[in-house]
Design a protein around this ligand. Structure first.
Ligand code: M6R
Length: 625
């Protein structure tokens, strides 16, 4: 999500900044901009929607002289608040035009801050959450205890911001200084000789220096051509940052040191889920409430729906299957989940009181888009869950929740899938809240549990070495089966899809209860079966039934690879391999149990020598039916 670069030194800053933006294009973006300081109190800003080439054309037209200078910053924006337009592109400036900011992330409390600024007579010129930051710093710089002190003004504002953000500020009157900060989102310093860089990742400056410093959480940094100072948001220098030498080449740097983007994306899942949840619970006089991103549906409508359809394709469909368990449980409204390609040609029963939830990472999948159009023709209302701001599906929908994972480059969905699951649960909680099927404190509790999941996902990532070892042993078997019950069933389907698409291996996911109705005939000596165990603390009947299923297949010679909750000793005797994941509420367990299956599929594919990011015959966005 968003690429940020800042430069102070002796080179032509525009060249450095534009090159850096080009190298960070892989992060995904929908607009770009630069701010260059001339060193004499002037600042030149250009920003443009669309590809970097659009910005470069504008810069060419304006002429190099306008952008001469040895310090500046640049930004590629992945839209979250506000459409991907010229006016929402970064940098944003204060009313004097001297102070500029670029931002990655989400300022969660931007709404009250925006009101505060508007009440003070400041006219904001964009729809972004970002712009509040620059006006607040301008006010702190103009008056009060931090007046005239650029760094202190920035720090004072940082202390007022909630959310996840990287912010970089430049001031025309301080051309040799850049002030930046991070809270949850990334920021690295590049340490050169007589020049300094800051950026979202090291690709931005790897051609100039290999000496870097990774900032810790809630740290600010001031860079000048001669050095850098890291502090906390109170200005205290007693903090720890991590200097390191970059030993990756450029291609590896883009992939965070991995061979494939997908492996990096698997690791990004805690952040992807955390970012997707940010801002969706707003504290109010009743304790708090769930809010969507773009809400063009009245609460009254949410109350009146008598049926929900979830439509999607591939992994997004599996995320939809999980939505059924949560939405029906929390709201008692019947939910049907359907492949978008089937839904549209089937003549489903739809009317004004039907809510259709369309789940799509790309927002452009032809089948899902056509399903949305069909639903709208039948007067149903549509809520989109999408990862791409401004894509066609959210544009044509009545409400939207964005999964804020940043671009997913690997064709196989990983971080987008987990974020879709979280977003589907938000839909369930929003419906439960509007319909009163959950008390506000229950909604708040469920949301808090959901918010605690990213930490647990990070712990599941620690199982990677064990999962990889199992994957390497099984890399050349012809078939792998996946079994689950309840929410473990869609997880089994997702695990099988990952293995098919990445490793070109025969893989099938089954509802464990179906075993005796046919699939058990497939079990033979040594056949690997990956089993997703429900929590022993959840519904006891689910756990004991699955335990008997494992016994049955093990007795017939299957090699059982069991994903089970830590401390679930009952399963140990029946597991040839046991992958332990942390305990979580039943509905949320898929956010954990899916992760080893992704790692497994990627490792098998690598062991078989396949391109993990670009599996054969597949496209990331399927824009034809
Ligand atoms: O962009 P979408 O979420 O609409 O895409 C849907 C499917 O094409 C997608 O999930 C596909 O199944 C992935 N390759 C799965 O990893």
């Amino acid at each position: 999500m968003c690429g940020i670069v800042g430069y102070v030194g002796y080179r032509d800053a525009l060249g450095v900044v534009v090159d850096a933006l080009r190298r960070m294009e892989y992060r995904g973006y929908d607009s770009a901009g630069v701010a260059i300081l001339d060193g004499n109190g002037g600042i030149a800003v250009e920003r443009k929607a669309g590809r970097l080439a659009n910005l470069e054309a504008e810069l060419d037209e304006a002429g190099a002289a306008k952008f001469a200078g040895t310090s500046g910053m640049g930004h590629t924006r992945w839209a979250t608040h506000g459409a991907p337009t010229d006016r929402n592109a970064h940098p944003h400036r204060d009313c004097s035009g001297k102070l500029a900011v670029v931002h990655n992330g989400i300022i969660e409390n931007f709404a009250p801050l925006r009101r505060e600024l508007e009440d003070a007579g400041i006219e904001l010129r964009s729809d972004t959450d970002t712009e509040v930051a620059v006006h607040l710093v301008a006010r702190a710089y103009a008056e009060g205890p931090t007046a005239g002190d650029f760094t202190a003004s920035v720090l004072a504002v940082l202390r007022r911001l909630d959310g996840a953000f990287t912010l970089v500020f430049t001031h025309a009157d301080h051309p040799g200084t850049i002030v930046a900060a991070r809270q949850s989102t990334p920021l690295v310093v590049g340490v050169g000789q007589g020049e300094m860089f800051i950026a979202s990742d090291v690709t931005a400056f790897i051609e100039h220096t290999r000496e870097a410093v990774e900032l810790g959480q809630n740290q600010a940094v001031v860079i000048t051509a001669d050095g850098y100072t890291v502090t906390d948001f109170d200005g205290d220098t007693d903090v720890t940052s991590r200097p390191f030498t970059i030993d990756w080449d450029l291609a590896a740097a883009e992939k965070g040191g991995h061979d494939y983007f997908m492996l990096k994306e698997i690791e990004e899942q805690p952040t992807a889920v955390a970012d997707t949840l940010i801002g969706h619970f707003v504290v109010d006089e009743n304790g708090g409430r769930i809010v969507l991103d773009e809400q063009r549906l009245a609460d009254q409508e949410l109350r009146e729906f008598d049926k929900v359809f979830v439509v999607a394709c591939g992994s997004s469909y599996h995320a939809g299957l999980l939505a059924k368990y949560a939405i029906e449980h929390w709201t008692r409204v019947p939910v049907e989940v359907e492949l978008a390609s089937e839904f549209r040609y089937r003549d489903p029963v739809l009317d004004r009181s039907t809510l259709v939830v369309a789940v799509s990472q790309s927002g452009e999948t032809a089948d899902t888009l056509e399903a949305v159009r069909h639903a709208k023709e039948q007067k149903a209302r549509v809520l989109a869950i999408c990862n791409t701001n401004g894509a066609q599906i959210p544009r044509e929908s009545d409400a939207v929740i964005y999964t804020r994972t940043g671009p997913e480059i690997g064709v196989a969905s990983t971080k987008a899938f987990l974020a879709q699951v979280a977003a589907n649960y938000l839909v369930g909680l929003a419906l439960a809240q509007a319909r009163g099927t959950k008390y506000p404190d229950e909604v708040a509790r469920e949301f808090a549990e959901l918010e605690s999941m990213p930490k647990l996902i990070a712990r599941v990532l620690e199982t990677a070495p064990q999962v990889r070892a199992i994957a390497r042993e099984l890399a050349h078997v012809p078939t792998v089966l996946f079994l689950g019950r309840h929410v473990g069933y869609p997880v089994a389907l997702e695990g099988a899809l990952k293995l098919k698409e990445l490793a070109y291996m025969h893989a099938e996911g089954f509802a464990a209860g179906e075993l005796k109705h046919g699939p058990i005939a497939l079990i033979e000596d040594g056949l690997p079966v990956i089993v997703v165990m429900p929590s022993p603390k959840g519904r006891a009947v689910l756990h004991s039934k699955l335990l008997s299923n494992i016994r049955e297949i093990q007795a017939r010679g299957a090699r059982t690879i069991v994903i089970a909750e830590e401390g679930d000793d009952t399963v140990r005797p029946f597991a040839d391999d046991l992958i332990e994941i942390p305990a979580a509420p039943t509905l949320f367990q898929p956010l954990l149990s899916t992760v080893p299956l992704q790692i497994f599929a990627a490792e098998v594919a690598q062991a078989r020598g396949y391109d993990v990011d670009k599996p054969r015959n597949l496209a990331k966005s399927v824009t034809v039916e």
